[in-house]
Design a binder for this molecule. Structure first.
Ligand code: NAD
Length: 391
């Protein structure tokens, strides 16, 4: 169980790029990183594309005014000249800026925690992966709900053979918040359907990369052999980017899978579900009830496993924070992944490869997989929704 005690010698000096006053995701980063007070300290930021608003915001969340910078390049330069300069940054800006900010940060000798989808192409990710290796730095990716401990319970149960051989993988990340054509889309929605800023996809990148990573976390041995993606823009102004997609998967071990990702699932408030069907039993998780796992053994009464209970796997309870009777959710998940980023950065800085090898967290390979997922889905869809080898 986690109780906030330090896991690394001292908190890392941390800054944000983006995630300012009007940013949707910035507060989730701060909620995660600052939760334990022993992992990260927010000491600087280039929080906003509008420098004045960014400075005002930074000061309002407790950052010294002289460390609220006009832009990330100035921040990297000025912080490098300080003895107590930043060591790690988080990137919470629109997709199209991730690559250049990440590259500049690594070149400035900083560790990076970056939003998903990491970049536009797997070539870019591979280049950044080599750069990170050369510089001895960590690149983590914020698949926010992947720190939920019940996913580790699923991983443990599958590893222990509790559901038998996996036959069907049923993934869904849908909602209905874009079902209607927006008269005045928000800035955050406008860039999401602009390929120059969003990249080659809308919901495939925005939503399904989370679920795809979570499925890989739960089933690390399940590799996709080929997939078929059919995508649509039901609201025509979003074309060529999709607001709905179905993906069929064939896994190397003969299992089959589906992913439905959509932002036009009208009326749906939260359709983020993972169901793994084995030869003996099935497991299901839904992010609206993140502390519960349904375990259905063929021929037996359905069981609901509840977080924080002693019958759960050690790996699951190790990431428990509040204990039974008290609800946990998305913020705790973000805190769990940020804590693992801190442990990874500390281990990398000390040359402790053993810790890194055993740490389950969304690293650059998880970012690479997400971009690879998008690339393959788009290639299939662009060729008329045909099966393509998962390259
Ligand atoms: P947003 O448009 O709401 O906010 C973007 C923020 O970045 C704003 O504060 C803006 O001023 C700032 N910004 C833009 N360019 C900048 C620059 N060059 N320098 C400094 N600041 C800059 O976007 P959002 O919805 O918060 O999404 C941001 C990223 O987070 C995207 O990559 C998105 O896919 C991802 N996201 C992830 C999750 C998650 O659960 N992990 C949730 C939402 C968004």
């Amino acid at each position: 169980m986690l109780n906030g005690e330090k896991k690394i010698a001292r908190p890392l000096r941390w800054a944000m790029v983006g995630g300012g006053r009007l940013g949707q995701v910035g507060y989730k980063h701060r909620t995660g990183a600052l939760r334990d007070n022993t992992a990260f300290q927010l000491v600087a930021g280039a929080f906003d594309i509008d420098p004045e608003r960014g400075r005002d915001f930074g000061v309002n969340i407790g950052v010294a005014e002289n460390r609220c910078y006009d832009d990330y390049k100035t921040m990297f330069g000025e912080e490098a000249a300080r003895e107590d300069g930043i060591e790690v940054i988080s990137i919470a800006t629109p997709n199209g800026t991730h690559y250049e900010i990440c590259k500049a940060a690594l070149e400035a000798g900083l560790h990076v925690i970056c939003e998903k989808p990491l970049f536009f192409t797997t070539d870019e990710v591979r280049e950044i992966k080599s750069l990170a290796e050369e510089k001895g730095k960590i690149v983590g990716v914020t698949y926010g709900f992947s720190g939920n401990q019940m996913l580790l319970q699923m991983r443990a149960m599958i590893e222990q053979g509790k559901i038998g051989d996996i036959r069907v993988v049923d993934l869904q990340y849908t909602h209905g918040f874009n079902a209607l054509e927006e008269e005045k889309p928000s800035d955050a929605q406008k860039w999401r359907v602009d390929p120059k800023i969003a990249g080659p996809s809308f919901v495939l990148g925005d939503l399904s990369t989370h679920t795809y990573y979570m499925s890989q976390l739960i089933m690390p041995n399940m590799k996709i052999k080929e997939l078929l993606c059919d995508r649509q823009s039901f609201i025509k102004s979003r074309a060529p980017l999709e607001d709905n997609a179905h993906v069929l998967m064939h896994y190397e071990n003969g299992a089959v899978g589906t992913m439905w990702t959509s932002s036009i699932n009208a009326g749906c408030m939260d359709g983020h579900r993972i169901r793994i069907v084995g030869s003996k039993a099935s497991l299901e998780w839904w992010d609206s009830k993140p502390g519960e796992l349904t375990y259905e053994v063929q021929g037996e009464p359905i069981q609901t496993l509840i977080r924080a209970m002693p019958y759960l796997d050690e790996s699951c309870n190790a990431d428990e924070r509040l204990g039974a009777l008290h609800v946990e959710g998305l913020s705790d998940s973000w805190a769990n992944i940020y804590l693992k980023f801190a442990v990874a950065i500390d281990a990398k800085s000390r040359g402790d490869e053993e810790t890194l090898k055993n740490l389950v967290y969304p690293d650059i390979d998880a970012g690479l997989e997400g971009v690879r997922w998008i690339e393959n889905c788009v290639r299939s869809a662009e060729n008329g929704a045909v099966w393509v080898n998962f390259e």
